[in-house]
Structures are given as C-alpha cells and as structure tokens.
Design a protein around this ligand. Structure first.
Ligand code: HXC
Length: 520
C-alpha cells in the first residue's frame, strides 16, 4: 500500500515536471511569441512530425550557469526542444529553439542537446532539421556557449554529405550563429520573422553609418534573391513546414540509401507532341524552360530550389518513373540562360548535394556561353564557373543530359558534356554546338573578308548563315559520339527514363584522395 502511494506520488511529480517543461518560459512568453506572429517550438514540431510520432529527449536538462542571476532562471529542457519522430513515415530528428526561454539562446547544455541529437541522427542515418529562433550564444555563459556552438558547427561539417541537414529560420539568427545553418544543405526562412545577418543594423550604423532595417538586411526574401543564402523564402511558418516535408519526400535518409520510390500513374512511355513546337524558330528568342521540365517529369511535379536566385539557371527535384532526379537547366527567359557567377555557384552546389546523396542528375541545356563584362571578370567568373565544371566532372551519380538548343564554347563542356563523363547525352534536332555564337565567330575568322567587302553587312550576314548551317545542328557532335542520340523532342521523357533505368546500377569511383581542391 505504502509502495503504491509512493509510486503514484512519483508519477504525479513526473507529470508536474512534464507540464512545466511543456510550457517553456511560461504562458506570458508564449503569448508574446504568438503576438510576434510566431509559433512556439513545440507547435512547430507538431506541424513537422507525423501526428503523435514525436519523442522528446533531454527534457529534464537544465543549464549550469550561476553568474548574472542565472541560478534563479532554470527551465526544464533549457532553450531547445530536441527529439525524433516520423516525417512522411520516415525517421527524422529535429531540434527547435525555444524563444520563450531566454530568447532561445544557446547555452552550454543547449549545445550539448543539439550535438547529442546530431550524433543520434548520424548513427541512425536519418535527416536532421533545425528550427531556428534564437538570440544566439547565451551571453551569460561566455566561452562555454561559444564552445557549444563550435561543437554543433563541427558536426554540421563532418555530417555534410552523410545525412541531409536542413535549417528553417523562423526568428533571429545573428552573429556567428548564422554559420551553423549556413553549413546545412538547405535553408528555409519565413518572410517577416526569419532574419539572418552576421552584423545587425545597429552595429552597421555605428561602424559605417549605413541605415537599414532588419528585414532589408537579413529577411527571407533578401537572402533568397540577393545573397543566395536562403533556398526557400516562404510567407508563413505553416507553409514553410509543408514545403519542408515535401522536400524531405524527395531525399534519401542518408548517403548510403537511394531516395524513396513513389509509384506514379504517369506512364514512363508518355510522349508529348507539344514539345516539338516549344522552341521558337528564331534561335535568339526565349522560351520557358520550366514548361519543358514540367512536361517531362512525373505528373508535372517539380520542386524548384533557389527559385528566386540566379534565375538564369533552374535547379530542383522531381521524379521520373517514381524515382527522384535532380534537374539542372538553363532558363532562356532570364538573361538568355547565360552562365554567370551566381548561376554557376547555384548549380554547382545543387549538383554536389545530388552527388553526395545518390540522386541522378538530369541536365537540360540551352546556354549561349558565359556572361561577358568586367563586373563578372572582376567578381571571379573564372573561379566560380570552375566550380560548376568541377561539380559536374566530380559527380559519379548517373548524369543524363538533353541538349535543347545552344551549347556554345566552354559552357558546352561544363554542362554535363561527355568529356566530363556525362553518361547519356541526348540532343534535340534544334541543338547548336559551336565554339562561339555565329556573330562573334564570323567577326573573328572572316575579319579581313568582311572589311574588304563592298557591302560589309550583307557579306557578314551571308557568312553568319553559312556558319549557322555548319554548326547549327547536333550531327557533327553525334558523328563523333559526343552526343549519343538525336531524339524527337516528344520522346524526351521516355528517352530520359530509359537512360536512367540503364544507369540505375551505375558504379563509378574517384581515385583515392583525401579530398579535391575545389576552386572555392
Ligand atoms: C541571453 C538572450 C540572448 C542571448 C536574447 N536574450 N538574446 N539572453 N543570451 N544571446 C533574452 C533577452 O535578454 C530577453 O530576456 C529574451 O531573451 C527575449 O529577448 P528580447 O530582446 O526581448 O526579444 P526581441 O525584442 O524579440 O529581440 C530578439 C533579439 C534580441 C533580436 C534576438 O534579443 C537580441 O538582439 N539579442 C542579442 C543577439 C545577439 O547579439 N546575440 C549574440 C550574437 S553573436 P528577458 O528576460 O529580458 O525578457 C553569437 C555568437 C555565436 O551568437 C558565435 C558562434 C560561433
């Protein structure tokens, strides 16, 4: 009887502690959080995880600091909620900063909790999602909190390419604290509340006199359009988490697995006659590459990554015959699809993610070359363009490409060409492969003839026409085996799927080395 009562008391005590832990910094702080248009850590986790699947760990951890009045501010779990559960039925680890407790700041024990979770995720080969909303390193703990961040960042690096790591910025991420999300594979951020910057507006004003708002400096849209730090800028937390769950559905659990297979009702053999008329007669006119992508992938379902940044290249995930592919494509509607600094680094990063996680790469090419101009040259176009070349050459996953229209100069080589070990290189009859565009080429090789001609313009146009006739087709490349087949555009989907199917057991390896020296 006495034992029974003691047991029930113990359970009551446990229940009380759980209830206390569940309200974080208390109802007032929760209300303040809601007033700012933000959800709490637990509300966010509930949206992320399949219903009832979340298992919290370390909810009894409390901080160890005593200085600055900290001995009076103890909260169960401290300023982060950590645990695991299921997303779309698959094991997923998550941590969510609890802003209601000391502004979600990262103490020594917050760092320990997150590091422990990352180790668990790595050992069990599952993605880790960080829901960020934090004032950064816990000021009262000094170097102990910096050390905690360092431990997290070390794991971000070591686990890169091992398990998918995804960050969601739902509140402030300031100072050095931005670098943990920056090391992860994808960053989502919420417009209006998610803000990232290394130095905030106040410091900027004091240091260089510039006045700028938090949102202008580090808001989701700023980073999704200008800096490229953010891959997905989304208007609400709910939609952000919906899109995050969608992204996870395309990804494998770890680098030792393939992405999940989603059976599709879209036939692998589906031809699309309308693709035959998508390219304008005049090869200098644009068209929307996104239309081609949506017409060839399963059910038109394409999840574009970095949609608002460097729009001259499109990257994203889709499925073909039920299996995830990474799509890389020029967008002729934006700067004629030219390769520049930003589009090169955007595509290179995406390709390296796909390669690390066994996702085949499908490339759709229409590239007039690299962007000319001193701004690009001074900005390091050579170095940044080289990253894209490096990424394609280094990738050992299946690489299938379709040359839709232009492939001029170095950009021909860069974009998944046979010479960088493209596995299957297809071309539409509209493909043009040359060292450079007709105008530039004729000006160089026929300079004297044009200068000496009576009617310079007419002579030039005639020479341009001849040049186009010679190089404005895929057959010279096909006769050398650089293009494996020239296809009817309507057959693009079945041809790519056949190639991917042939390559599904592809084995390829790089020579033994510690790692390459990518031109960063
Ligand atoms: C301890 C912190 C804190 C921090 C906020 N709080 N940040 N406590 N350490 N880093 C506390 C506040 O004191 C406050 O407690 C509560 O959290 C809520 O903060 P508010 O300021 O009231 O909230 P808000 O107005 O929304 O402003 C949020 C904020 C602001 C923009 C994040 O708090 C702020 O600027 N914090 C400092 C940010 C910062 O500079 N962090 C260091 C970055 S450098 P009370 O009890 O008073 O309500 C860094 C280095 C990492 O992190 C290095 C890694 C290598």
């Amino acid at each position: 009887m006495a034992t029974g009562r003691a047991a029930s008391q113990r359970l009551e005590e446990l229940q009380q502690m759980r209830e206390e832990s569940a309200v974080g910094g208390g109802q007032n702080r929760i209300d303040q959080q809601h007033d700012k248009g933000k959800l709490t850590a637990r509300e966010r986790i509930a949206l992320l995880m399949d219903r009832g699947s979340f298992q919290e760990i370390d909810s009894f951890v409390t901080h160890r600091a005593t200085d600055f009045g900290m001995d009076e501010k103890h909260y169960y779990g401290d300023a982060v909620v950590t645990g695991y559960g299921r997303v779309n039925g698959r094991l997923t680890f998550t941590f969510a900063h609890d802003f209601t407790i000391l502004g979600g700041s990262v103490s020594e024990v917050v760092g320990e909790k997150v590091s422990k979770l990352m180790d668990l995720a790595a050992k069990n080969g599952a993605p880790i999602i960080g829901l960020n909303d934090s004032g950064g390193a816990r000021i009262q703990e000094g170097v102990a909190s910096l050390a905690a961040y360092g431990e997290i960042m070390y794991r971000n690096v070591i686990l890169s390419g091992v398990i998918p790591q995804i960050s969601v910025i739902m509140g402030p991420a300031a100072g050095g604290a931005v670098y943990s999300p920056a090391l992860t594979d994808f960053i989502f951020a919420v417009n209006g509340t998610g803000q990232m910057y290394v130095t905030g507006p106040d410091v900027i004003k004091a240091a260089i006199g510039e006045e700028i708002t938090h949102e202008e400096l580090g808001g989701a849209t700023t980073h999704a359009t200008r800096s490229g730090v953010v891959h997905f800028a989304i208007d609400s937390e709910e939609e952000c988490i919906t899109q995050l769950r969608r992204l996870l559905s395309f990804l494998p659990q770890n680098n030792g697995e393939d992405a999940p297979y989603y059976p599709t009702e879209d036939p692998a053999s589906r031809a699309d006659i309308e693709l035959r008329d998508i390219i304008p007669e005049d090869s200098s006119r644009p068209y929307n590459m996104r239309t081609i992508i949506e017409r060839i992938v399963d059910m038109g379902d394409f999840m574009e990554v970095h949609r608002m940044y460097a729009q001259n290249v499109i990257v994203g995930f889709a499925r073909m015959d039920g299996k995830t592919v990474g799509i890389v494509a020029q967008q002729p509607e934006s700067m004629a699809g030219v390769l520049d600094i930003d589009s090169s680094t955007k595509a290179a990063r995406f390709i390296r993610f796909c390669d690390a996680f066994n996702v085949p790469i499908v490339t759709l090419i229409d590239v007039p070359g690299f962007l000319p101009g001193s701004e690009q040259e001074y900005g390091g176009l050579i170095r940044h363009g080289a990253k894209l070349l490096y990424a394609y050459a280094e990738a050992t996953v299946p690489k299938v490409s379709v040359l839709i229209r232009k492939a001029y100069g170095g950009a021909y080589i860069v974009m998944s060409s046979k010479h960088l070990r493209g596995d299957v290189n297809l071309a539409w009859p509209s493909a043009e492969i040359a060292v450079m565009g007709p105008d530039g080429a004729v000006n160089i090789i026929y300079r004297n003839a044009i200068n000496e001609a009576e009617d310079k313009e007419e002579t030039k146009q005639q020479l341009v026409k001849e040049y186009r006739e010679k190089f404005g087709n895929p057959y010279i490349a096909a006769s050398r085996g650089f293009i494996d087949d020239v296809i009817d555009p309507s057959e693009t989907r079945p041809k790519i799927i056949a190639a991917l199917d042939m390559l599904k057991n592809k084995r390829d390896a790089l020579p033994p080395k510690k790692h390459g020296s990518i031109p960063l």
